[in-house]
Design a protein. Structure first.
Length: 363
């Protein structure tokens, strides 16, 4: 079956359909990862987006029950160069096309993803319409123009009610802005008692949970669209150690008086070099975001920049000068991607242990 992808600048791609039949509108973005398409598809930060993979061979290892990053995918559509219908891997349990059909996700294969990526890099992310239906080009344009992008994506991906991942160590309240399972796994592996709460949980509600620390998760969209979270974080600063990841990094910045902005085409992939300004060390990171902290806005805040992107100089890490709070724009849990930065979870635990020892000493 034929599938077509129409961009808002009028560019039309024609290819072969795989996955579900139907028609979707979303923001078209690209991911530069060479592996991990299952983790990409199940990352809640892609809510409402049509994701194009720059690596050409997709589907060749199938899917399995162990490598998902959420209970279901949130992407709108999937774009690849070459789709492998029959996977070859000992862990494969389902084909990519069959899994996409189960979840109603439209896929298109056989298009020039290199051209698509270059176009997005030049012009920025664009709205697109992906369809398997027969329709005139004018009809497709009209549908694309009148269909809005997903609004308030964080509320779509955040948990509706609190739940726990029990442990015997530090109690961490994890504010779910669209959390990946990888973050939970890293905390549980370290023995933490994790309480996951909705994104709009107030500071007073978090106080009642008596946490040793608070982690702000990754998530989709514009950080300014979660004002209740920003307000809660501003009140929690100084009470508990805070660690922000991806969208959580941007929320921490806004809570401290810095500003954020939409990027031209964002960072998405598992091969982004980041420099630690204190140690001079460079790590390769996994990233997925379309907004960033404005570098010049940090100057008049109690924050200092700790990491920068070696690709474009954007802010990749922040630390509060006086309080136990820090954040990174990238994903230290990887999934997919390199695990160079897993030690940041240990740093968070050290802050919580230090706070506990201080309370015991004061008592």
């Amino acid at each position: 079956m034929r599938a077509r992808l129409l961009l808002e600048d009028g560019t039309l791609f024609e290819g072969e359909s795989f996955g579900a039949e139907g028609e979707v509108v979303g923001e078209v973005v690209f991911n530069t990862g060479m592996t991990g398409y299952q983790e990409v598809l199940t990352d809640p930060s892609y809510c409402g987006q049509i994701v194009a993979m720059t690596y050409p061979l997709i589907g060749n290892v199938g899917l399995n029950r162990d490598e998902g990053e959420a209970f279901r995918p949130f992407v709108r559509g999937f774009v690849v160069r070459d789709y492998t219908e029959f996977p070859s891997h000992w862990r494969s349990e389902k084909t990519l096309s069959g899994w996409l059909k189960e979840h109603g996700i439209v896929g298109i294969a056989g298009i020039d993803t290199r051209m698509l990526t270059r176009k997005i890099r030049r012009q920025g992310t664009m709205k697109g319409l992906l369809t398997t239906r027969e329709a005139s080009l004018s009809g497709m344009r009209e549908k694309l123009e009148r269909t809005p992008l997903v609004r308030d994506p964080v509320s779509r991906v955040s948990t509706r009610s609190a739940y726990t991942a029990p442990g015997y160590g530090n109690r961490v309240v994890l504010v779910d802005l669209g959390v990946k399972y990888g973050i939970l796994r890293e905390l549980v592996r370290r023995g933490c008692d994790v309480v996951v709460v909705p994104h709009d949980t107030s500071a007073e509600e978090i106080d009642r949970l008596r946490p040793d620390g608070v982690l702000l998760s990754n998530g989709p969209g514009n950080p300014k669209d979660v004002p209740r979270t920003i307000h809660a974080v501003a009140k929690l600063l100084g009470r508990y150690p805070l660690f922000g990841i991806c969208l959580g990094h941007q929320v921490l910045a806004l809570a401290c008086g810095a500003d954020t902005e939409k990027m031209k085409f964002g960072h998405r992939g598992g091969n982004h070099p980041v420099k630690d300004l204190e140690s001079g060390r460079t790590v390769i990171t996994s990233q997925n975001h379309g907004y960033a902290v404005k570098k010049e806005s940090v100057a008049d805040t109690p924050l200092e920049i700790t990491h920068i992107s070696l690709n474009d100089g954007t802010v990749e890490g922040l630390r509060h000068r006086e309080l136990p709070a820090f954040s990174v724009q990238y994903h230290p849990e990887a999934a997919p991607g390199p695990r160079d930065s897993g030690f940041l979870f240990d740093r968070f635990l050290e802050l919580m242990d230090r706070r506990r020892r201080k309370e015991e000493t004061d008592a």
